[in-house]
Design a protein around this ligand. Structure first.
Ligand SMILES: [Zn+2]
Ligand SMILES: [Zn+2]
Length: 606
């Protein structure tokens, strides 16, 4: 295991290890997360190994893939780089396997034959008599446990490669104490606003990280509190303003390759806090909604046209220009989308439950953050990088604009956190660190921590000192406090102790049994049957295997199918395997409409 801080030069270690391997007439295989397989990374390998490199990615045609595999098999090419499926590449006389960012969840194949490419890489290397290197700045607890049990050797790169480049200064912004900055949105606190101003004044670049796509993560009825959900899935629908655009300003040289021209700042939707409360008489008579009575006030945008006279009543109190017809047009032009199925529909005018015309957009997504930032910092050039704007080549175009200094502020999801070398970024703002920590998954803290360390690692490389602002309502959370202190070791020790105490991996083995069916009762009956089978198996009766559940899955309904699950847990692999076999034996006895999935060592728990 190669444990190196961000910017410590892990890639250089890989390149030299591969060169040594080639000098011994053996082949090498490099696996990276799909999202990190960028032209920039490939170029670095190609610069060293020239044409003797096979690049395997999901966009390859069958013919290209076949050609690559053939040249590997013939021994014409001895180095392969690719995402998860590159694991199976026929590299001749394999001497080295590198798994970069080994902690990344995308190494787990979740469809069809389920496997974890990291585990398989260790196995393949062992069988081939090859060396396997697992590299990360934030190693997975599984790999750390293997180190502590003496199964892996740990190598460290404790410092950044450029001696003068120190780790960034991380500052926590407690959102319970700081109110909204000048934008009026609580998620752009005054300290973050000031830090952005300072970085812009110094002509430095800024990354704002927000792990929520779309404009507003939910649409809520202000009258009854109903959150608009997908008809097929038990998840909130996200409002996307989408590609609909007001006429763009005159094109700016060099920005033409950006997929989305900016709309003029003064026309961006108004985002004043507490806006809905000022609609006279319309809302004050209504029962307070759960969303309105709990938690801090959040910025909301009314969906329905305001009552007549509302403009005059509101504008003197508003820090921004009054609501205009154009803004309603902007909202109407968008769509509600489900991030779990293909549903996309128009924004309704009325609540689906109580029919009140009181729907409001709630929360902050990357689209809206981009609009807010563009409005608040009209002199800055703002870009956005998330799955909605980024096809394969557009990602690179956006990053190229960032590298050449044509973008001042880049707003994005975790696509901005992956290994891109952006040397002029001195400020990274984590807009809402809590979002990742509240996911109902025993790995939520580990993933949240990894994300924070990766995103903080974008700030201040080479000779420029960096600054990271992490906004949170939970500054005492270990994932937040250890990330702020750059204390990876401390987090790992603490999280390992927690996992050991509650008996979760890497101190236990898990098998997730999940069923789904169009009929809720049929699915419930099926999981009951499978759980009973596990409980009455010899391993279940002898308590060598714990049977947890059954319960509804955290996402209880997906694509029109109701989902339930049972978790099997055992200290050892043997009893777990026997209990799973007992369940497998009856899995065809359930109703034919039921789909049964058995996932050993599950990564996706939702
Ligand atoms: Zn309602
Ligand atoms: Zn859906």
């Amino acid at each position: 295991m190669l444990f190196g801080v961000t910017g410590s030069g892990k890639t250089e270690v890989y390149l030299r290890a591969i060169a040594t391997c080639l000098a011994q007439q053996r082949g090498a295989l490099v696996m990276v997360p799909e999202i990190a397989l960028t032209p920039q990374v490939v170029a670095r390998f190609r610069a060293r190994f020239g044409d003797a490199l096979a690049v395997l990615h999901s966009g390859l045609s069958d013919a290209d893939r076949h050609a690559m595999w053939s040249s590997l098999r013939r021994g014409d090419v001895r180095v392969a780089i690719g995402a998860r499926s590159a694991l199976f590449a026929p590299v001749p006389d394999l001497g080295l396997i590198i798994v970069d960012e080994e902690h990344d969840g995308s190494f787990k194949q979740e469809e069809g034959v389920r496997y974890h490419a990291r585990d398989m890489a260790l196995l393949r290397a062992q069988r081939a008599g090859a060396v396997c290197v697992l590299g990360s700045a934030t190693p997975s607890l599984e790999s750390v446990a293997l180190v502590r049990r003496g199964k892996l050797t740990e190598l460290r790169l404790p410092e950044r490669a450029h001696r003068e480049a120190s780790l960034p200064d991380v500052q926590l912004v407690d959102l319970r104490k700081f109110g909204a900055g000048p934008t009026g949105d609580k998620l752009i606190s005054l300290p973050l606003h000031r830090a952005i101003e300072q970085a812009l004044a110094a002509k430095d670049q800024i990354i704002l990280f927000l792990n929520r796509r779309g404009f507003a993560p939910s649409v809520v009825c202000d009258a009854c509190g109903t959150v608009e959900t997908c008809a097929q899935c038990s998840v909130a629908l996200t409002y996307h303003r989408g590609r609909f655009r007001l006429p763009p300003p005159a094109p700016r040289a060099g920005l033409d390759d950006l997929p989305r021209p900016k709309s003029p700042p003064q026309r961006a939707p108004k985002l004043a806090r507490g806006e809905t409360a000022e609609l006279p008489g319309l809302l004050s008579a209504m029962t307070p909604s759960p969303a309105a009575t709990h938690g801090p006030p959040r910025p909301r945008i009314p969906v329905s046209p305001p009552a007549s006279g509302a403009h005059d009543a509101r504008s003197p109190h508003s820090p921004h220009s009054p609501h205009s017809l154009e803004e309603d047009t902007v909202l109407r032009g968008g769509r509600l989308r489900c991030h779990y199925c293909d549903y996309s529909g128009p924004l309704p005018e009325r609540c689906s439950t109580c029919n009140a015309p009181a729907l409001v957009l709630e929360g902050l997504g990357t689209e809206r953050l981009e609009a807010l930032i563009a409005e608040s910092f009209p002199e800055a050039r703002v870009g956005r990088l998330d799955r909605d704007v980024a096809g394969a080549d557009k990602t690179e175009a956006i990053l190229a604009s960032m590298r050449s200094g044509e973008i001042d502020i880049l707003v994005g999801t975790q696509m901005v956190t992956k290994g891109h070398d952006l040397p002029s970024v001195t400020l990274v703002g984590v807009v809402n660190a809590d979002a990742a920590l509240s996911i109902p998954d025993f790995r939520a803290a580990e993933r949240g921590f990894q994300l924070l360390v990766q995103v903080a690692g974008r700030a201040g490389r080479r000779d420029r000192p960096g600054k990271v602002l992490i906004q949170t309502r939970n500054p005492g959370h270990p994932a937040v406090s250890f990330a702020a202190a750059h204390d990876v070791e401390g987090f790992l020790t603490r999280e390992l102790a927690d996992r050991e105490e509650v008996g979760y991996p890497p101190f236990a083995r898990l098998a997730l049994i999940r069923v789904d069916a169009p009929d809720e009762q049929v699915a419930r009956d099926a999981i009951g049957k499978l759980a009973a089978q596990a409980r009455t198996s010899p391993e279940g009766l002898a308590r060598r295997v714990d049977v947890l559940g059954p319960s509804a899955a955290p996402i209880a309904k997906l694509r029109g199918r109701f989902r339930f699950r049972v978790l099997l847990r055992a200290a050892e692999r043997g009893p777990l395997r026997a209990a799973v076999a007992a369940v497998m034996a009856v899995k065809d006895d359930v109703d034919r409409s039921v789909r049964v999935v058995i996932d050993i060592d599950p990564v996706a728990m939702l």
